[in-house]
Design a protein around this ligand. Structure first.
Ligand code: GN1
Ligand code: MG
Length: 357
């Protein structure tokens, strides 16, 4: 790895490199430097099987970080280097390095920042306003962003993938999951509503983050949000993506891969706090069709993630990193339990959103 780092324009002498974070896709390392005035760095091996067009990927990320940096400068923000990611140029002038086999990139490590896998109501409120703000800052992005993963949050496409996996049944796992598959099919039509609204010209695509897991956000020591990280999936999507994925990850009383379904349920306190923050910063640009459908957005992302984990399980675990044989199945079941709990709270969600507006 040291030989990889040498191709980037970094400062200081590297004294340690160790794994960082819990992402399911890329491999991430922290690179520490000896000199106190040299920054530490984050080194990532980009999962090239998933992000096949690395040039488009980094082009998107550069456009987004450049735009946010300019916005922060215009607002005279302090501490800008901790509020937007800074990618390091590599030999050849790109922000990635291809070693013949793997693609690598480096960014400056943001000091004294924390990530969390679970957050309380106060942090959720900050997170809501940060993601609303992120979308608002990118509303006038001049560059056109490509889809780094084609059809990424397209529910019709994800269902088609699941059905193909079921049809092929390469591991003979379909019979074990017949009950869950039937529950998913029963909801399929309702869950494809966003695609229908878009085709009818009623629902716009905007620049979204598309991976608003709670641990993709950096918090300062006082709990305020510094910035949003993991920008690989920033692309045009429905605002439902960002609202829904945060609900799915932060407003779950259990874990994404909880083996005890009793622990999994929808946390209304987190829902309320995040929604309040999000609507405060995003209501200026949101259309009624977007705010009306936020309860659907929450359900959609638990549902979509269940479909994706289950398709990967049936297909032989080729996409997500897994720690044991049934891991994707456990994840799918936990997401389904979360969905059921959200469904029970649908009317309550609707009433709260109306009260915020
Ligand atoms: C992946 O890399 P990570 O862990 O932030 C995935 C998301 C899923 C998530 C499920 C590119 O995100 O879409 O929601 O796992 N990212 C990609 O935990 O597929
Ligand atoms: Mg991540």
């Amino acid at each position: 790895m040291l030989s990889i780092v040498k191709h980037f324009e970094t400062q200081g002498t590297v004294c340690d490199i160790h794994p960082l974070g819990t992402g399911l896709i890329n491999d991430t390392y922290k690179v520490e430097t000896r000199e106190p005035d040299a920054p530490d760095y984050v080194l990532q091996r980009i999962n090239h099987a998933i992000f096949q067009d690395v040039d488009l990927l980094q082009g998107n990320i550069e456009a987004v970080t450049r735009h946010i940096r300019r916005k922060l400068e215009e607002k005279d923000e302090q501490d800008i280097d901790r509020k937007v990611l800074h990618f390091i140029p590599a030999e050849g002038g790109k922000t990635y390095w291809h070693d013949g086999k793997d693609y690598w990139r480096m960014m400056v490590f943001i000091p004294r920042a924390k990530t969390y896998d679970t957050v309380d109501a106060r942090f959720s409120y900050y997170a809501g306003s940060a993601f609303g703000n992120f979308q608002a800052m990118l509303a006038d992005l001049p560059d056109h962003l490509g889809e780094t993963i084609p059809h990424f949050h397209n529910m019709e496409f994800r269902l088609a993938q699941l059905r193909q996996a079921v049809e092929a049944d390469v591991c003979g796992r379909v019979h074990e999951v017949a009950g869950l598959l039937a529950e998913l099919e029963r909801r399929a039509d309702k869950m494809c509503k966003a695609e229908r609204l878009h085709r009818e010209g009623l629902l716009p695509k905007r620049v979204c983050h598309c991976d608003t897991k709670v641990n993709n956000m950096m918090f300062d020591e006082d709990g305020t949000v510094l910035c949003v990280i993991d920008l690989d999936t920033v692309m045009p999507s429905y605002v439902f993506s960002d609202y829904g994925d945060f609900m799915r990850t932060a407003a779950n009383t259990g874990k994404e891969d909880d083996t005890d379904l009793e622990r999994v349920s929808f946390n209304m306190e987190i829902f309320r706090a995040f929604t309040r923050g999000y609507l405060e910063s995003a209501r200026g640009f949101l259309l009624p069709v977007e705010t009306d459908n936020l309860p659907y957005a929450a359900e959609l992302f638990a549902y979509m993630q269940c479909v994706r984990f289950l398709a990967d399980y049936i297909g032989g675990d080729t996409y997500y990193k897994t720690a044991y044989a049934e891991h994707n199945l456990v994840r799918a079941k936990a997401q389904f339990k979360l969905l059921q709990s959200m469904e029970e709270h649908e009317a309550e969600m609707r009433a709260f959103i109306a009260s915020c507006l």
